[in-house]
Design a protein around this ligand. Structure first.
Ligand SMILES: [Zn+2]
Length: 64
């Protein structure tokens, strides 16, 4: 474990991580009940935030 990293909370149903415990619990409740992910919730997941940053960077590198 890297202790310099921010603490994140894991949804035990889908395995996504959240910086906010409330969001993780919300996701877990949704995943457990609906057996699918709520995009509004999962868009806040650490994994999806990283993807956004990577996409942004690759767009910036692509010059005309
Ligand atoms: Zn989940």
């Amino acid at each position: 474990m890297d202790h310099t990293k921010k603490k994140v909370y894991c949804c035990l149903e889908c395995g996504l991580h959240y910086e906010d415990e409330k969001l993780a619990k919300k996701c877990e409740a949704w995943c457990g009940e609906h057996r699918s992910c709520n995009l509004e919730i999962t868009s806040h997941a650490v994994e999806n935030k990283i993807k956004k940053i990577i996409n942004k960077n690759s767009n910036e590198q692509r010059t005309k």
